[in-house]
Structure formats: C-alpha cells, structure tokens
Design a binder for this molecule. Structure first.
Ligand code: CMP
Length: 140
C-alpha cells in the first residue's frame, strides 16, 4: 500500500473547547503520523483562498467567518492511504451522519462547526499542504 500525505485542519470549534490533544489521539490511534503541525489564526484572505472551490455556495460567507473566528491547527498527516484513512476517521461532514468513534461523531457540533477538515484527494492534499507548510516545517 502507498504511503501518502494528507492535509488536516483542527477547526475553531475544537480549539475553543481545548480538544487539540483529543483529536490528535484519534488521528494517531488510526495509524496516521502528525509530521507537521502549526497553530495559526487564519486571515480572511487565507480562508477565502483555501475554500475558493466553495465560493458560489450559500454558506461560503459563514464558512469564512467561522474559520477566522479563532485559532486553527494546520497539520500534515502521513500514513498508508492517508487521504482515505483520514476521511474515514473524520466521519461524515454532517456529524448527524457520522459513524461511532469518528472525530465528527465524537466532537463536531454541526455541519458547519464540524471540528476537522481533511483533503479529498492526493492532488488537493499537495495543494493544501503547500498553502500552509514549507518542506522545512515537515519531518516524516
Ligand atoms: P470542510 O471539509 O472543511 O470543507 C467545506 C466545509 O463547508 C465543510 O467542511 C463544512 O464545514 C462546510 N459546510 C458544508 N456544508 C455546509 C452547510 N450546509 N452549512 C455550513 N457549512 C457547511
């Protein structure tokens, strides 16, 4: 199986409740390694660029407001099939649909305040990682 990297964000609803360590414990238990991690306050420009693909959606403004409402933790995760492995352990976007034991079932508050983001493809993972990390800040 292929070792991949994926990009993760622990969102403001989770940092606000001091859940960074709890989320990281689920990530590590799933066999993923946190090989890069930074706590930042996202600017509106960063959030708008990151979510550009959603800019025509009715919730875009709300999404940017939320992602800039408090600190986030941006991460690079590595492991076997990391993109899918992380999406599996995150659970469904809407916590009401998420499986038991997933991060969103355990911690998410709503479809908007859903605690974590994970890349949806290896190609997007590379783009998203580049937006927040230089290679010097990643150690696998
Ligand atoms: P994420 O994986 O970060 O990518 C896009 C985000 O949009 C998604 O997680 C949700 O948090 C958010 N989102 C999706 N649907 C809605 C919605 N109906 N209302 C508010 N936010 C949403």
């Amino acid at each position: 199986m292929a070792i991949q990297r994926t990009f993760s964000i622990i969102k403001p609803d989770a940092t606000e409740r001091n859940l960074t360590g709890a989320v990281n414990a689920v990530i590590e238990k799933a066999g993923l390694r946190i090989i890069g991690q930074r706590r930042i306050q996202m600017t509106r420009a960063q959030a708008e660029r990151f979510y550009d693909v959603h800019k025509e959606r009715p919730f875009f403004g709300e999404l940017v407001d939320f992602m800039t409402s408090g600190p986030v933790v941006v991460q690079v995760l590595e492991g076997e099939n990391a993109v899918k492995a992380y999406r599996d352990v995150m659970g469904a976007t809407n916590p009401a649909d998420a499986e038991e034991g997933t991060i969103r079932k355990l911690y998410a508050k709503s479809i908007g305040e859903n605690s974590v983001h994970g890349s949806d493809s290896e190609e997007n993972a590379a783009i998203e990682i580049r937006q927040f990390f230089s290679e010097a800040d990643i150690a696998g």
